[in-house]
Write a protein that binds this ligand. Structure first.
Ligand SMILES: [Zn+2]
Length: 726
């Protein structure tokens, strides 16, 4: 019985032309119905009544309460940016919120990837506005972590629409326990309509439940979309009384157009994910086009979401595999629109409960999943109040998991090798961002790596790579232990060298390499290694020999490295672009990064050149006239940098920094810009202001030469400098 009812709910809505056999009946949802009165439908749990409060609680908020919450988090956190993207038929503002920092650039200055999550398209599905508000609350209120959530907030543009069909939602909340029965033209006995069970928008319907002639009217906004609008008479209808009435034309409804306007906040070129949040039946519905790469990526997203969610309390969200999803067919839903128009992984999420489907056995389905009576399976739209906090908070985290994935594959950004004995850096490589989607390779080898010597390798990636619980690295929720691998190799030509390595240690403290991370906790790993003087290595490394690194690992959700960081990966035309395997071929899987070379030697070398304690010395970059700097070595391994240069406008800029000497480096964690100083007789120390603008480091490559590296805002400079004085 339940399954039969569910089929009708789930969308296989046969269109009957017969008139209702019985009189329209106003029915009321109640907790218990001991007398069996036919104007009552018992839930078996308390009937939720919306509450005018902005704060999340064990229950459902009114539309006013939810809206106040969104606006409040916009006013009190830096992570919520609201915009009106349209108005409903009744003239109400439809709000979308961009979540994350205010700009639309990643920390590397690239366009931020955009994700769009829509809620409240079907009025009676109260789980949906709560869940989408849960995403907003999670990203707005999660404490600063220098990790997963800060990465999402600083590098993504997450767009949410908590409630699209505001007019319909308000109608359901106006009559939270009442609706008509025996009036639905297709399923009069089982399908309650209007009031609490309104699904559609309010076209040609007024807000008075007692006016019966208009109560079946309205447009199903999830049948109002191109490209399959009005192509499936089994699943959508031209009858304006039908639960699945598709409207007069594609996007005839202002709410449908507002959803597209919200996509424009991406902007659409940067969109990488779309979800329409519904309830219920605990499944993902998705659509296919002819692009098999998009199909594969959509399956990967759904599988990640489902595995992540199952790790909480065993709630299993199922979806059909590609063989069961027809190509380029549809019913006019929004996920089809986003699949076909913008070619991004898109799906319709049906929040719990289950519908009692065989694949969800032994869950009984509908309200019975929570011990309810399931007298009319439409009680699946009425989640018990005691469940909504869990559903809202856990689904928000599963959304964060797929946002992290769609942020893009990981890439090696920096690698350094240290001589542990002297703490000197002997090899540095980096893929420096440019203002396009290209990166520039930087290599600086201070000394060849010697056979038989122990080294420390530090590698930093473009995103936080590991998840922790209680301080320990563990697989990300829903992932396997095998996702934690890291491998490092070296080869000469096609021949692998013998590399003895220690266990990888991820870095979760701020600070310079090799002790700290690059930008986010666990974006950098340290591995001790030795190239033994064995037969293989002695045969390949003769004199000074060039070798290639082979780095391979995966991010938290098992996306493998971008094999060529020279092109920053991004989403275009339904697939990843600039995401190479180790052969340099573009695809969606990534592989080993072999892009960095390193010099090896079979000779024993003298210890690397180390910073000398001494007096002040002046240095300059011969390619840059009129600027230079002075380094003064102090006691206790400390140093001061005085740097005079020019800003973009050609005005003179002064910087000062104090640093710590480590091996052959001086690290200046805070570069201060001095403003307002007029040097000479008019100097007034009271007018000088100091502002931290970035960081710098200086590395000696010899007594009279070195490299100055600085970061000011998003700008990065690497300069080769020579000593002018001693
Ligand atoms: Zn729905």
């Amino acid at each position: 019985m339940i399954r039969t009812r569910l089929l009708m709910l789930g969308g296989l809505l046969a269109l009957a032309t017969s008139v209702p056999a019985q009189q329209a009946r106003m029915t009321q949802w109640v907790e218990r119905n001991p007398t069996g009165a036919n104007d009552r439908i018992a839930l078996g749990y308390a009937v939720p009544i919306p509450v005018d409060t902005p704060l999340p609680f064990d229950g459902f908020r009114s539309y006013a309460g939810l809206h106040a919450r969104h606006q409040d988090l916009q006013a009190t956190t830096p992570w919520v940016h609201g915009e009106v993207v349209g108005t409903t038929l009744a003239g109400r503002d439809i709000w979308a919120y961009r979540l994350g920092d205010a700009d639309l650039e990643t920390v590397d200055g690239l366009p931020e990837p955009a994700m769009l999550t829509n809620g409240g398209i079907h009025a009676r599905e109260w789980q949906s506005p709560e869940v989408v508000t849960g995403i907003l609350e999670l990203l707005a209120t999660h404490p600063e972590d220098d990790h997963f959530y800060d990465y999402l907030r600083e590098n993504l543009n997450v767009i949410v629409i908590p409630t699209l069909n505001i007019d319909g939602f308000l109608q359901t909340q106006r009559y939270p326990a009442r609706n008509y029965l025996n009036t639905d033209p297709s399923n009069p006995d089982t399908s309650p309509r209007d009031g609490r069970m309104r699904r559609k928008n309010m076209r040609n319907a007024d807000e008075d439940l007692l006016t019966t002639l208009d109560h079946l009217e309205g447009v199903d906004l999830n049948r109002n979309n191109a490209p399959f609008w009005n192509t499936n008479p089994e699943r959508s209808s031209s009858d304006s009384r039908s639960l699945v009435h598709h409207g007069a034309s594609p996007a005839s409804e202002p709410e449908t157009r507002a959803l597209d306007a919200a996509a424009g906040l991406g902007p659409v070129e940067e969109l990488r994910l779309y979800t329409d949040v519904h309830s219920f039946s605990q499944v993902h519905f998705w659509a296919r086009n002819a692009n098999n790469r998009l199909t594969g990526q959509t399956e990967a997203v759904l599988s990640l979401f489902s595995n992540h969610h199952r790790s909480f309390v065993g709630k299993n969200y199922l979806f059909s595999n590609r063989a069961s999803v027809p190509v380029s067919q549809g019913i006019g839903s929004t996920d089809e629109y986003f699949t076909h128009t913008y070619q991004v992984p898109s799906w319709t999420l049906e929040v719990e409960p289950t519908g009692g489907q065989a694949f969800h056995a032994p869950s009984p389905g509908c309200g019975a999943d929570y011990g309810g009576e399931a007298n009319n399976c439409h009680d699946g739209f009425i989640l018990p109040e005691s469940e909504i906090t869990r559903v809202r908070e856990q689904l928000a985290q599963s959304f964060a998991a797929v946002y992290y994935r769609q942020a893009g594959p990981p890439a090696v950004l920096e690698a350094k090798v240290f001589d542990p004995e002297s703490e000197a850096v002997v090899f540095e490589a980096a893929w420096d961002p440019t203002d396009t989607r290209q990166r520039e390779r930087y290599l600086n080898q201070l000394q060849a790596l010697q056979l038989g010597r122990a080294y420390t390798l530090w590698v930093a990636y473009s995103k936080p790579m590991r998840w922790r619980e209680g301080g320990a690295i563990v697989p990300f929720p829903g992932q396997l232990e095998s996702s934690l691998f890291v491998s490092t190799g070296l080869r000469v030509g096609d021949n692998n060298l013998t590399v003895e390595t220690s266990d990888p240690e991820w870095r979760d403290r701020a600070g310079p390499a090799p002790g700290g991370y690059l930008r986010y906790r666990d974006d950098a790993v340290v591995i001790g290694f030795t190239l033994p003087r064995d037969e293989v290595n002695s045969g390949q490394v003769v004199g000074s020999t060039e070798a290639q690194w082979a780095h391979l690992t995966a991010d938290m959700v098992r996306m493998l490295l971008d094999g060529n960081p020279a092109t920053a990966a991004y989403w275009r035309a339904g697939a990843w672009s600039g995401y190479e395997n180790s052969a340099g071929e573009e695809g969606d899987t990534g592989d080993v990064d072999r892009t960095l070379s390193v010099q090896l030697t079979d000779q024993d070398l003298l210890p690397p050149f180390l910073a000398e304690p001494g007096l002040a010395s002046a240095w300059a970059d011969p390619s840059r006239d009129g600027e230079g700097f002075i380094i003064e070595m102090l006691a206790d391994q400390r140093a001061v940098l005085y740097w005079f240069t020019y800003d973009d406008a050609g005005s003179q800029d002064w910087y000062i920094a104090t640093g710590q000497v480590t091996g052959n480096r001086i690290l200046f964690p805070e570069l201060l810009r001095l403003n307002g100083g007029v040097f000479g007789p008019a100097f007034d120390p009271g007018k000088v202001t100091r502002e931290v603008v970035g960081s710098a480091s200086f590395t000696w490559s010899g007594c009279d030469e070195g490299k100055l590296v600085w970061r000011v805002g998003q700008r990065l400079g690497r300069q080769s400098v020579l000593r002018l004085t001693r």
